[in-house]
Ligand binder design. Structure first.
Ligand code: SF4
Ligand code: SF4
Length: 659
């Protein structure tokens, strides 16, 4: 190794102190801002599960691979930095103690050099793949930030890994066999060329200095860039939401004075952390049905704007001087944008760093509804209907069991002692003309299969799903408590329902209010009954069928296979998938109480979904949700494909075949 000049350790120390000082000063600032978040959440429970999440989601980045090509190029770069960590320490140390080596067993030194060279080379490939993607492929979702920020980072990474290889080459040129050239094939090849070109000592100094300068200025810069995710995504993985996906966090209505959020500091530390964990990859926006159909909602911007607001207003927030500052509806997302969300969960599901968009949107809605009494005018009627008649349709509450007239179906109040299942019908299944037919078909199928069930009839009330998703937590909790009291009074243990929204609320949210039941969806029951031979499909359903996944069944509750198994069991059915299916499914547009709001901006979400259905050339679109059925029906009629596309619930198709 060349001798180190006497002044070098001093200069190096000052340089490292400045770079590390910038890094830690920025880190301290971010931590102070995160701690300014006032909402409290316990994310230290289930410690073991959290460690597993950190390893699988944070370190092995399981979700990044949902997009395989991007996952591979990301992995090249990420693992290069992890494995190069050892050599980075060793290279820096040369400025103080030339020749110092990380103390590893001699037998491992060669393989370690080889591993370093492999990952450094792969990282170079990864950087060029990333540059190609940005400059040649130019995916729309990455164009929001322009080219400069990402290019700076990519050039930095390229410089850091290239100088490692060049430094290897210089070591080999200087020390020969002692530098283990056989284990450093890239370095050895570069050394062979460079020896001809340059003086090896000069060569060594140039690349040592270049590597150290690039590495530590990168460190100083990284927390000022979106690459802060390198650090904060790890915390996001550990503090991942372990509650059921479909459960919105309740508000303690008695102890809380301000409901929802309108200022960033009203969010929790974990919610604020999302902004610094965001990679700005655009996957959330790319998969958002509201964004795709021209609404002002952009889930990535929601997260990024929240972070930028926190940084911009940080000094005032820390000093407690926030009066007069613009609120989140001005700096993060407009009211229109917040109302555009269908709560389809695609954004959260796709996010590689476990960011949580939907709870923030619900919190902003809660502020509008509960603090300012604001909601879209069209939604007011259905909410009033829920208050007075316990259903958004506004039909008399005593008519809830009308669909069952003449069918001899018992209610729990009259004769439910024999029932194994409560059939929870839901508002759509009880009051919507089209969905009443589905309810009746499913009831007949249960009868045929010998399932003992009863209904609540007029005692059933809306589960409160639309009220909660609209932000009216007060109305939701009133309904939830009343329903839980009724269910517990009747000693209900098992519930089956054909509505994924009721299914999700009963299963995942009612435990928050003491309602613990075994809840299944009608597709799960039908699948079981068919597998057990209690329902035998015999008549051909000679048609091409495509299944539309309901968000509340699929992404929220992982029920993808049961509907498909049922369809495939019907004689002569030919099933065909839409491009966006299963967990990539595209919302019908009704969730998040959007069913009860006008869609005045952009293309209608159900029209876009219908176009996906039509692309398959299917004769029938099968649904497993009353709201999806209404939305598909509405789109087919508006788009004039009423005659050539049948819309049917899966239960209706089963009944056609077993009848
Ligand atoms: S939940 Fe769905 S509609 Fe709402 S922001 Fe996320 S992707 Fe968009
Ligand atoms: S929130 Fe998640 S999915 Fe959206 S841009 Fe950020 S990292 Fe990507």
């Amino acid at each position: 190794m060349p001798d180190v000049p006497a002044w070098l350790p001093y200069v190096l120390t000052v340089f490292l102190a400045v770079c590390l000082g910038i890094f830690f000063q920025r880190l301290a600032r971010i931590v102070r801002l995160l701690r300014a978040g006032r909402a409290r959440e316990n994310r230290w429970d289930h410690f073991g599960r959290r460690v597993v999440a950190l390893i699988s989601l944070g370190i092995f980045q399981r979700k990044v691979y949902r997009s395989p090509a991007v996952g591979v190029l990301h992995a090249f770069i990420f693992w290069a930095f992890v494995i190069l960590g050892a050599s980075i320490v060793e290279i820096t140390a040369q400025g103080y103690a030339p020749g110092w080596q990380i103390p590893v067993p001699e037998a491992l030194r060669g393989p370690l050099y080889l591993a370093e060279e492999i990952v450094a080379t792969l990282a170079i490939v990864g950087v060029f793949m990333a540059l190609y993607r940005r400059y040649v492929v130019r995916p729309k979702k990455l164009m929001h930030e322009g080219f400069l920020p990402a290019t700076i980072i990519l050039v930095y990474i390229l410089g850091i890994v290239t100088t490692v290889l060049m430094y290897d080459a210089a070591e080999i040129a200087l020390s020969g066999a002692q530098a283990l050239p056989a284990w450093r094939p890239v370095g050895a090849a570069l050394a062979a060329v460079s020896v001809v070109l340059l003086d090896p000592t000069f060569f060594w100094w140039v690349f040592w200095a270049a590597h150290v300068i690039l590495l530590y200025t990168f460190l100083a810069y990284v927390l000022y860039s979106k690459h802060s995710h390198i650090l904060f995504a790890l915390f996001n993985s550990f503090w991942v939401d372990l509650e059921p996906r479909g459960a919105i966090r309740p508000i303690d209505l008695e102890k809380t004075e301000t409901f929802g959020v309108q200022r960033v500091e009203q969010l929790s530390l974990r919610q604020l952390l999302d902004g610094f964990a965001c990679t700005e990859c655009g996957r959330c926006t790319d998969n958002c049905p509201a964004s795709a159909t021209g609404k002002p909602l952009d889930p990535m911007r929601l997260i990024v704007n929240m972070r930028d607001t926190l940084l911009e207003q940080g000094s005032a927030i820390l000093a407690g001087r926030t009066e007069g500052l613009p609120n989140m509806f001005a700096t993060v997302h407009s009211e229109d944008a917040i109302w555009s969300c269908t709560t389809c969960y695609a954004c959260v599901h796709e996010c590689p760093v476990m960011n949580e968009h939907v709870p923030k949107i619900i919190d902003m809605r809660r502020h509008m509804v509960l603090m300012e009494g604001k909601m879209p005018a069209e939604a007011m009627g259905p909410m009033r209907n829920i208050e007075t008649n316990y259903n958004p349709w506004g039909i008399g509450w005593d008519q809830r069991g009308k669909w069952a007239e003449g069918m001899g179906i018992p209610t729990f109040a009259e004769d439910g002692h024999d029932a194994e299942y409560l059939f929870w019908v839901g508002c759509a299944g009880s009051f919507d003309e089209r969905n009443r037919k589905v309810t009746q078909a499913f009831a007949r199928l249960m009868r045929k299969a010998g399932v003992k069930f009863a209904i609540l009839g007029p005692e059933e009330k809306c589960t409160g799903d639309p009220a909660r998703r609209l932000g009216n937590e007060y109305l939701f909790q009133t309904l939830a408590k009343e329903n839980v009291a009724t269910l517990n009074r009747h000693g209900v243990k098992k519930i089956v329902t054909a509505c994924p929204h009721c299914f999700n609320t009963l299963k995942n949210e009612y435990p928050q209010f003491g309602g613990n039941y075994e809840v299944i969806h009608h597709t799960q029951m039908l699948d079981e009954l068919m597998a057990a031979g209690k329902l035998k499909p015999v008549k051909p359903v000679a048609a091409t069928v495509t299944h539309h996944d309901s968000c509340y069944l699929g992404r929220y509750n992982d029920i993808y296979n049961e509907p498909r198994r049922i369809l495939e069991a019907l004689p002569q059915v030919r099933t065909v998938e839409m491009t966006r299916c299963r967990d990539k499914g595209f919302c019908c547009g009704a969730g998040g109480a959007r069913m009860w709001m006008e869609e005045t901006i952009g293309e209608k979400v159900n029209h876009r979904r219908l176009s996906h259905v039509l692309e398959t050339k299917a004769d029938i679109v099968a649904t497993a949700c009353p709201y999806c059925l209404i939305m598909m029906d509405d789109a087919a009629k508006t788009k004039d494909v009423d005659a050539r596309l049948e819309r049917a619930d899966i239960a209706e198709l089963v009944e056609q075949s077993v009848a």
